[in-house]
Design a protein. Structure first.
Length: 320
């Protein structure tokens, strides 16, 4: 039987498709008509064009499918309505269509962001929901919908990766590289707080492990890397790999002043400066996740340390 991957032109979905193809699986990809599907065509993947909000296209995509990997999501916080339409309503439509189609297994890609706001030194997947932004709120709403469909008989495994790093990561890596190369990258304070990352190949491996056991379809799993570094160490390593100067230190009072100015500019509708109070606070809060649950139940064993993950992730930027 075939497997279906949503969000297959994205960072995570595309990596998962490549791994599935290498393992000899027959893959269908659910993609938007306007997406760049050249890579999928080269791999010989069966393309199903549609939208998560269009139930009819979902039904067609799910034909002759046994297992589904739901990776499609919007990460950007704006436009807000689109964020919730895609991540919440889209998930609801997709799971309803999967239930109607008699899909055997669904692996739903959520995020560690749903619990990241908990005030604890180490975040576990047994902690209560604690969102810090609208993206996390949307993923919480999607998880709650998944729980409802579990009660209806749909087998759903929920995966919660932390910040994923890897070649062609599109969300935060390009911005960090630009700031480092232009010498605009800074840290607030000494930036000794811990920052837990996970390499893309480790996430894909965890997802494939989750598919194997029926036990996983009643639970949720945080997925993170094998090593934990400070934010300063991560950014310094990135600078060293790129061959540029390491980030400079911004005093906290100056940082708060800039954040206040950025907020005033945003409220006035003049523009958007990606420097907020949340950015400042991120330099003072640990981001460490407990992966013992995934280790015990999935057999998850992350292979990539921080330095190797950064080197692999930035290989395409070196010398550019």
């Amino acid at each position: 039987m075939k497997v279906l991957v949503t969000g297959a032109t994205g960072f995570l979905g595309g990596s998962l498709v490549r791994s599935l193809i290498k393992k000899g699986r027959i893959v269908k990809a659910f993609v938007r008509p306007e997406s760049n599907s050249a890579m999928l065509r080269r791999l010989g993947v069966e393309l199903c064009f549609g939208d998560l909000l269009c139930v009819e296209t979902l039904r067609e995509a799910l034909r002759d499918v046994e297992t589904v990997f739901h990776c499609a999501a919007q990460v950007a916080l704006r436009p807000t309505q689109r964020l919730f339409d895609t991540n919440v309503q889209g998930t609801k439509h997709f799971l309803q269509a999967s239930l109607d189609a008699g899909i055997a297994k669904v692996i739903h890609m959520s995020s560690a962001a749903v619990v990241a706001g908990n005030d604890a030194a180490v975040i576990t997947d047994r902690m209560p929901y604690a969102p810090e932004n609208d993206y996390a709120v949307s993923k919480i709403k999607a998880e709650k919908i998944a729980f409802q469909f579990r009660k209806k008989g749909l087998k759903i495994a929920i995966m919660r990766p932390c910040s994923i790093i890897g070649p062609n990561e599109p969300h935060f890596l390009p911005l960090l590289v630009r700031m480092l190369k232009s010498r605009c990258m800074f840290v607030v304070g000494d930036a000794r707080v811990r920052w837990h990352l996970v390499y893309i190949d480790d996430v894909v491996n965890a997802v494939l492990l989750a598919e194997r056991s029926d036990e996983t379809f009643h639970d949720s799993y945080i997925i993170a890397g094998k090593e934990i570094s400070s934010k300063r160490e991560v950014l310094d390593c990135m600078a060293d790999v790129l061959g540029v100067r390491r980030p400079w230190r911004m005093p906290k009072p100056l940082a708060y002043g800039i954040a206040a100015l950025a907020e005033a500019i945003r409220r006035a509708g003049i523009g958007e400066i990606p420097f907020t109070y949340a950015v400042i606070e991120s330099f003072y809060k640990d981001r460490v996740f407990d992966i013992s649950h995934a280790r015990e139940q999935l057999g998850y064993d992350p292979q990539f340390g921080v330095e190797e993950a950064i080197q692999r992730s930035l290989s395409g930027y070196v010398g550019r």
